[in-house]
Design a protein around this ligand. Structure first.
Ligand code: AMP
Ligand code: MG
Length: 418
């Protein structure tokens, strides 16, 4: 049996060990419809300019700026060119071509007068305002120049990146595959959520649904391997099955100091998973290693610990496997409204409601801080981080606030003010 480490492991140490042992997922050429949230495996350089040709930024008239310097002036209109067409004629001195937004600039023209500054006359246009050369013209390459690197390997693709790729004709980017994560709960007391009446001593499973939620929101594919009892043989079978079907296996429960800590029992005779006590609260106990050759995370049983461990260990690890360059959530600094006492030997992740008001962030405890208190987690959007070495935080102290959820905050009435 692997003895628990005597000293607690510093959190950054544990995180570094986990990140170091992650192998990158394989690179695939995946269709652009399926790559949101995946990470580019290679730099992408622009095969052509964007825009590909000079075009009009406005509906109006393509002219020579010099011809309209003395506005108002009347110019004969040679033709009209819409987006998707090419003008047949050239803008000769003293003429104009009507042009729509996105249509290619006709030969000879060097500026566009917007339609609001014109009056249409039969076969001609009256230009009411002069414009400088280049006015309302989007030059070729003004957005992206051919040959430049537009997106680098390690970029996690967001909607705007998909727009860039698509505009450049890169419909099958090289990305690392989407991780498949197998999840299971452990414990004789844990029953499915559909259970109508709880028998004495039983509780409904929270962790598989927390994990499904955070993983799906993250963009992983979740495979649910249900609830394993505290019988080591049953858990062994479930873990082996999960390892076959997943890139990463995650369990909850059974990793602390109890006599029935089943995950520990399963790995007692095989050295593939180590058990740690990390200097953090919640989520001190952690099992980490491999099962069936796949990375395995044995998260604690308490639901709040599950989410804290997901945020600190599993989420960055998944991003590392996906090849991402940036692995950790954004933090802001804000004053904690409450006074708290914490264990100075641990980094403490307080569940808080953080908000921004008149130029400053602040946070207040979102409820009870025991690791079983789901309601405080549900009301929280940030972890206020009390660093190792600090045991007493006075009200009003600035702390780093790790924004683990950043949902809409402003109501219609708050947002729609002039
Ligand atoms: P354990 O580490 O297995 O002793 O679990 C620690 C605590 O978390 C115990 O109170 C368990 O009942 C609880 N727990 C374990 N698994 C779950 C689960 N899936 N959903 C809700 N609570 C759980
Ligand atoms: Mg248990």
């Amino acid at each position: 049996m692997t003895a628990p480490h005597d000293a607690m492991r510093p959190l950054p140490d544990m995180q570094a060990e986990i990140l170091d042992s992650m192998s990158p997922l394989p690179v695939r050429r995946i269709g652009i419809r399926e790559v949101l949230g995946l990470v580019l495996a290679t730099d992408v350089s622009a095969p052509h300019d964007l825009p590909p040709f000079p075009n009009s930024a406005m509906d109006g008239y393509a002219v020579r700026a010099i011809d309209v310097a003395q506005a108002p002036v009347e110019l004969p209109v040679l033709e009209s060119v819409a987006a998707g067409e090419v003008a047949a004629s050239t803008v000769q001195p003293g003429t104009a071509i009507q042009i729509m937004t996105g249509a290619p600039m006709p030969e000879g023209a060097d500026a566009v007068v917007k339609v609001e500054d014109t009056e249409s006359i039969d076969g001609a246009v009256r230009i009411l305002a002069g414009v400088p050369v280049g006015e309302a013209v989007r030059p070729a390459g003004g957005d992206v120049t051919a040959g430049t690197t537009v997106l680098t390997a390690g970029t996690r693709l967001g909607p705007a990146d998909l727009g860039v790729l698509s505009s450049l004709g890169i419909a099958w980017p090289d990305v690392r595959k989407r991780p498949v994560v197998g999840i299971l709960s452990t414990g004789d007391e844990v029953v499915p959520p559909e259970t109508k009446t709880l028998a004495p001593g039983k509780i409904r499973d929270a962790n598989r649904f927390l994990l499904r939620g955070v993983l799906e929101e993250f963009g992983a594919v979740v495979v649910d391997f249900g609830i394993a009892s505290d019988d080591p043989n049953e858990l062994r079978r479930a873990l082996a099955h999960a390892a076959q079907e997943s890139d990463v296996v995650v369990s909850s429960g059974g990793v602390s100091m109890g006599e029935y800590d089943v995950v520990k029992l399963v790995f007692a005779d095989v050295g593939d998973v180590q058990f740690y006590r990390v200097a953090m609260q919640p989520a001190k106990p952690l099992g980490f290693g491999t099962v069936g050759g796949k990375p395995f995370f044995g998260l604690p049983g308490n639901p709040v610990s599950v989410v804290v461990a997901f945020e600190q260990f599993l989420r960055p690890a998944l991003l590392a496997m996906m090849g991402a360059h940036r692995l950790f959530r954004p933090r802001v600094v804000g004053a904690l409204a409450d006074a708290v006492r914490t264990d100075p030997a641990k980094a403490v992740f307080l569940r808080t409601e953080a908000s921004y008001h008149e130029g400053a962030w602040s946070a207040r405890l979102s409820g009870g801080q025991s690791s079983n208190v789901l309601s405080a987690l549900a009301a929280a959007n940030a972890f206020a981080v009390v660093p190792v070495g600090v045991g007493a935080v006075e009200a009003g102290t600035d702390l780093e606030l790790e924004m683990f959820r950043w949902p809409e905050t402003r109501t219609r009435t708050e947002a729609l003010v002039d």
